[in-house]
Design a protein around this ligand. Structure first.
Ligand code: PLP
Length: 387
């Protein structure tokens, strides 16, 4: 068995072993699921095990996921949460009333929507700024002096790849915390902490778990002694947004195959993006792996591959885009991303006019199917528009 305490192991090897070793008591190569919420004390009122008191505080499977993720991110510490949004909320609540948050515009609608409500409720100034122009984004930071800066790299659904290093430098000059939601990259494609971010977070519901059967979130820090990390640690410990044992087990099992899944998903996505970019019924494709994408150079610098997520504009309007989605037979019409099965989503149906999402935009999350089957599915769905 691989010695997973060796930091030099590659991410694929760490992941294959779930970041753990053999259970010394039984030799089991897979960790057990403990369902107990509480743990007995002895007659002298000492805990039987110092690490086990009450499962809202902490428990074994989340701890194993956290230590694996901290190693993959090159970070100091991690915390798992009950969903990606619980992780986002824990991080953003670190800004006090009267503070300022600069958030990238055009990111996951759930995050934007929660941020708008939270900031209005808590008396926090919220500035939403386009991060595709690094100089202008940094200028906004200097003008507004935020306490926290939130990027989503690559962004969902535009696949903008913000340039993390110069933004980190500007944010740090202003004593702001830089947070990167790297859900669409995973630590296998990009490590934001190495580029200067203070915190990296993921909706582990997506590619980290990869099987569309678990909600989870995870945050990792560069400095475990920082004030913001102390706040997030306490928030997770005290406010109860923890991951249950069954979900943690499934997430750990999903993580074991992350590197294989990402290889296939990224290769498939590249092939699909190239096919769509050459298709007469497609107006534009947004995928960082395409040379024509506005963020291609930033993606080449920061990411090892283009990822599994893309969006495209179908020629025509909402009716044409929805008809294409409706004709797909292999690719499922469903929200979410990062699973082994490919999904398509008409984002305007979800977001309406709140964010300026075009009515002809389809977002595709590419899975591990055979690339030729995916291309055939899309080709026949688009064929009536190409005539
Ligand atoms: N961050 C990004 C980039 C997402 O796409 C999502 C969900 O789609 C979230 C966060 C929220 O994660 P969850 O659905 O696990 O709460």
């Amino acid at each position: 068995m691989a010695d997973t305490s060796d930091r030099r192991l590659s991410p694929a090897s760490l992941l294959a072993h779930g970041g753990g070793g053999v259970d010394p008591a039984t030799g089991a190569v897979v960790p057990p699921i403990h369902t107990a919420t509480t743990f007995a004390r002895d007659a002298d009122y000492r805990l039987t095990s110092a690490a086990h008191l009450y499962s809202r505080d902490d428990s074994d499977l989340p701890r194993q996921i956290e230590s694996l993720m901290a190693r993959l991110e090159n970070g100091a510490d991690s915390r798992v949460f009950a969903s990606g949004m619980a992780a986002v909320a824990a991080v953003l609540r670190s800004v006090r009333p009267g503070g300022t948050i600069v958030a990238q515009a055009g990111i996951y609608w759930g995050t934007t929507s929660w941020l708008r409500k939270h900031c209005a409720h808590a008396g926090i100034a919220l500035i939403e700024a386009d991060a595709s122009d690094t100089a202008r984004f940094c200028e906004t930071l200097r003008e507004t002096g935020p306490n926290l800066v939130l990027l989503e790299v690559p962004s969902n659904p535009w696949l903008t790849v913000a340039d993390i290093a110069p933004i980190a430098e500007t944010a740090h000059g202003l004593k702001a915390v830089l947070v990167v939601d790297a859900t669409a990259a995973t630590p296998l494609l990009m490590r934001p902490l190495d580029l200067g971010a203070d915190l990296v977070l993921h909706s582990a519901t997506k590619a980290l778990n990869g099987h569309s059967d678990v909600l989870a979130g995870i945050v990792t820090c560069r400095d475990a002694d920082s004030d913001v990390w102390r706040f997030i640690r306490e928030e997770r410990h005290d406010s109860g947004a923890v991951l249950g044992p069954f979900e943690a087990y499934l997430l750990l099992r999903g993580l074991r195959t992350l590197s294989l899944r990402m290889e296939r998903m990224c290769a498939n996505a590249q092939a699909v993006a190239e096919m769509l970019a050459a298709h007469p019924a497609i107006e534009a494709v947004f995928y960082p792996g395409l040379a024509g994408h506005a963020s291609h150079e930033a993606a080449r610098r920061q990411m090892t591959k283009g990822g599994y997520l893309m969006s495209c504009l179908v020629k025509g309007g909402a009716a044409e885009a929805l008809a294409v989605a409706g004709r797909l037979t292999l690719i499922k019409r469903a929200t979410s991303l990062g699973g082994v099965e490919s999904l398509v989503e008409h984002r305007h149906t979800i977001e309406g006019d709140a964010t300026g999402i075009p009515v002809n935009l389809l977002r595709l999350s590419i899975g591990i199917e055979d690339a030729e089957d995916l291309i055939a599915d899309l080709s026949s769905a688009l064929a009536p528009l190409a005539r």
